[in-house]
Design a protein around this ligand. Structure first.
Ligand SMILES: Cc1cc2nc3c(=O)[nH]c(=O)nc-3n(C[C@H](O)[C@H](O)[C@H](O)COP(=O)(O)OP(=O)(O)OC[C@H]3O[C@@H](n4cnc5c(N)ncnc54)[C@H](O)[C@@H]3O)c2cc1C
Length: 409
């Protein structure tokens, strides 16, 4: 293991989960880090994300943020299916969420707080061009003056700007899983207590769950559709698309659509995965959803981003900053793990939005039977263990101890 250092000055694009987590580990290994984020301030809205199993929880512990994440966890309970009259027809046990569920914005805040004192953050800016030579990468920004960095990391999500600049057009990288998703915040007018309700008609799913200790609620709408073009920055148009698709389907949907119109923190996107043959091009490397989004349905994207940050920083440090060796080690360590998480995402996408009344009846029947069966505890444990197995299918090297700055995992 070498400790000779090159490539010490690193730029990361994206300050959500992957970016600040990488900044944390790079700083611990002695690199200098700048993070550029397009939003003008930390984006603290969003939806619930989760961590599963020992590998992911041990990373939070090692970062010293496990107690902070536990303090902010959602404590979400059961999710019930309702019919058009609002009557509960089946209940999905709470095991469907992970071991530790937290709102993405709360996690981003915790990661930012853990890094802000020794990481430079540039909010309200974006990279416009990357020009690489033997010595590094010349980076131009929309607002900041151009600068030279040794390495650039794209941690800027499913529609990564860095990926577009360094890898070319997205059309080959993004695989649409046949669904679209809208998420927004609203009043908890249904009085949900750490619980959620789901209403399903063929091809469409409406889900509402309580948030922030029941003081508000999050609504999630899913619908099946082949990919269609829309302006990703025009939220007004996106809300119209959602309103048209869900018009007249019944239950609480009109009230929810009304609330959607008023929410400034509206999210709309396709349910998609990212597949690339390689996650790096020269001195530029991708991390988190930018590299290998398993889709928002997999329940694995956040843990994957955090594990990837640890591995990328560790492999770079172990290679003494040599980006070719470090990036190769990162891919080798992560490829199989990513493939497992992506398979989980594909499986869930297939049944998330049932396309016929028979399928809806069949799924509800299964949940109803599950709650009556004497061995329901066993089945719940099997579900938990399957997800934990996917989330834990990687052995992390103790990079810190190799560099003499921390205990082994
Ligand atoms: C509705 C929904 C539900 C989800 N549920 C779960 C779940 O239950 N469990 C789970 O594990 N995961 C879940 N996920 C997935 C999870 O949010 C992501 O996998 C995870 O956040 C990946 O983090 P990231 O940092 O790679 O990307 P992102 O969180 O997408 O962050 C990318 C960042 O880059 C910034 N950015 C974008 N463009 C630029 C630019 N040009 N310049 C600078 N910055 C830029 C963005 O503003 C953002 O801050 C869900 C996602 C969604 C959308």
């Amino acid at each position: 293991m070498t400790t000779t250092r090159t490539n010490t000055n690193i730029l990361i694009s994206g300050a959500s989960v992957a970016g600040p987590a990488l900044a944390y580990w790079l700083r611990r290994h002695g690199f200098t880090v700048t993070v550029v984020e397009r939003a003008t301030a930390l984006r603290d809205g969003g939806y619930a994300v989760d961590f599963r199993g020992d590998v992911q929880l041990s990373l939070l512990r090692r970062m010293g943020i496990l107690a902070d994440v536990e303090r902010e966890q959602t404590h979400m309970g059961d999710m019930s299916y309702v019919n058009a009259a609002g009557k509960k027809v089946a209940t999905m046990p709470s095991v469907a969420s992970g071991d530790l569920e937290i709102f993405r914005g709360d996690l981003a805040r915790i990661l930012y707080d853990a890094t802000k004192d020794d990481t430079e953050y540039l909010f309200g800016d974006s990279i416009t061009a990357l020009t690489e030579d033997d010595e590094g990468v010349w980076v131009t920004f929309e607002r900041a003056a151009p600068r030279r960095y040794d390495l650039v990391v794209g941690a800027d999500g499913l529609h990564s700007n860095v990926r577009a600049l360094a890898f070319g057009p997205d059309r080959d990288a993004i695989e649409h899983l046949g669904l679209y998703c809208a998420v927004f915040t609203m009043d908890n007018h249904l009085g949900l207590d750490h619980a959620g309700l789901t209403y399903v008609v063929p091809g469409k799913v409406v889900c509402v769950y309580s948030a922030r200790h029941n003081t508000e609620a999050k609504a999630m709408f899913f619908f099946g559709s082949p990919p269609f073009p829309y302006d990703r920055h025009d939220t007004g148009r996106q809300k119209k698309i959602v309103a048209e698709v869900f018009d007249g389907i019944g239950w609480e949907t009109p009230r929810l659509l009304d609330a959607m119109g008023k929410d400034p923190d509206f999210y709309f996107d396709s349910v998609s995965q990212v597949h690339l043959d390689s996650w790096s091009r020269g001195r530029v490397v991708l991390l988190g959803d930018a590299a290998h989004s398993p889709s928002l349905l997999s329940g694995m994207g956040t843990g994957l981003a955090m594990v990837g940050a640890y591995v990328l920083a560790g492999e770079l440090a172990a290679a003494g900053g040599d980006h070719q060796a470090g990036f190769a080690g990162y891919e080798e360590a992560m490829r199989d793990y990513v493939a497992g998480c992506q398979r989980a995402g594909q499986g869930i996408a297939k049944w998330m939005v049932p396309t016929s009344r028979f399928m809806i009846w069949f799924i509800n029947l299964n949940y109803r039977l599950l709650s009556c069966l004497p061995w329901k505890g066993l089945m719940a444990r099997a579900m938990i263990n399957a997800a934990r197995g996917t989330a834990g299918a990687i052995t992390l090297k103790p990079y810190d101890s190799a560099l003499g700055v921390g205990p082994p995992m």
